[in-house]
Design a protein around this ligand. Structure first.
Ligand SMILES: Cc1ncc(COP(=O)(O)O)c(C=O)c1O
Length: 384
């Protein structure tokens, strides 16, 4: 990728909020010249994450995808079983099921929060089902209590994919404290970012102990591996999904600003929503007790034609906007998978045809927001 491409857009989809504290936190580790791996910052990051989201345990990983993979392994999801997932998600949600040799079964979503629909989930349960992976879209919780109830009634696991929803809550409970296992992503566009990174939060000591083995070669790390002569014990097969001390230090620095970053997003979302509501647009509207963190700011248009025209118009104004998400089961790869992936998912299809994700980031300027709002107004004027 050529560097100038990064600044190609007048308004990019996101811009990272960073400050001197971020720089100093990293510089400190670099300057110490030791423990760039397995440093104390990793556990510190995990402990502060636990406090922030009221989880019992957190295990940080090098991506949201490895977190999902590790969460499935730690929950003992076996091959040739079935796992219910949304098709309206990032492809990693479904891929993680394939990683462990199981089969993703796509269920439909609800209109109000774009999360898995409990009614559709219940219909997809079979004797082979071992887990459900509900996804919290864009910073708003799905109907996690209903989904958890279905899982409990059927004695199957819930692995909540909250890659996009760190800091969000539902009925006053933080995402990460509700499900037994929840994953987060710290990839570049997320509310908290370390460039790449992720975490698994869990309320189960057993899952947590397994996660630590999976993350690091199945090795029991009671002492620092790199600064002790003792031979370690290896108890299971494992990967290297660790994050570096540098990444953890950046994560800590970002985490300490999380509330501020979310409040900036909320203010921006409110400003934009108030001004574009007069057009035939449905703006994100967190109801049903969920607190929205606006990792994405996704609007819904009347139909696909208007959505496609608006996207083209805004791109022409140098405003980057994207469709998050097109259905996973309609990708080339998943279309080739087995017949169950070709079921019709009417709400998923409808939503993905009508939505458009607009730029949203904490330090979006008033000028940028006004330019975007005026451009949207300009589009609807051309239609009259
Ligand atoms: C819903 C969802 N699940 C999983 C992931 C994967 O996270 P990562 O990109 O950190 O691997 C993402 C991230 O983009 C996501 O949005």
């Amino acid at each position: 990728m050529k560097e100038q491409n990064l600044e190609k857009w007048k308004i990019p989809l996101y811009r990272i909020y960073t400050d001197d504290e971020d720089v100093q936190s990293i510089a400190k580790i670099i300057k110490r010249g030791s423990n760039w791996a397995l440093g104390p910052e990793i556990e510190e990051f995990e402990n502060e994450l636990c406090s922030k989201i009221n989880a019992d345990y957190c295990c940080v990983m090098n991506s949201g995808t490895s977190s999902l993979h590790a969460a499935l392994l730690a929950n003992n999801i076996q091959k040739n079983t079935e796992v219910i997932v949304p098709s309206f998600s990032f492809i990693a949600t479904a891929n993680s099921v394939l990683f462990v040799g199981a089969k993703p079964i796509f269920a439909d979503i609800e209109r109000h929060n774009f999360g898995l629909d409990p009614v559709s989930v219940a219909k997809k349960i079979s004797p082979k089902t071992t887990a459900i992976i509900p996804m919290d879209y864009a910073g708003a919780a799905c109907d996690i209590f209903e989904i958890t109830k279905i899982a409990q009634d059927n004695k199957i696991k819930v692995i909540e994919d909250a890659a996009e929803s760190l800091g969000s809550s539902i009925n006053g409970r933080k995402i990460g404290s509700v499900s037994e296992t929840t994953i987060f992503s710290f990839c570049g566009n997320k509310v908290l970012t370390t460039g790449e990174g992720g975490a698994v939060a869990t309320q189960s000591k057993e899952v947590y102990e397994k996660l630590k083995l999976i993350r690091s070669h199945g090795r029991v790390d009671t002492v620092n591996y790199f600064s002790n002569p003792d031979e370690a014990s290896y108890l299971s097969v494992g990967y290297n999904w660790r994050i570096s001390s540098i990444t953890a230090a950046l994560g800590l620095s970002q985490l300490r600003k999380l509330d501020f970053l979310i409040s900036k997003r909320k203010n921006n979302a409110e400003y934009i929503s108030k001004r574009i509501k007069r057009f035939p647009i449905e703006v994100p509207d967190p109801k049903y007790g969920s607190e929205h963190t606006y990792q994405f700011y996704t609007i819904k248009l009347q139909d696909k034609k208007t959505r496609d025209e608006l996207q083209k118009f805004l791109l022409g104004k140098s405003i980057l906007c994207k469709v998050y998400f097109n259905p996973i089961h309609m990708t080339e790869f998943y279309k080739k998978q087995s017949e169950s992936n070709n079921d019709s998912l009417p709400v998923t299809t409808e939503i993905s045809e009508k939505i458009l994700t607009l730029p949203m980031f904490p330090n979006m300027t008033l000028e940028e927001m006004d330019y975007m709002i005026e451009s949207i107004a300009g589009f609807f004027e051309t239609k009259n």
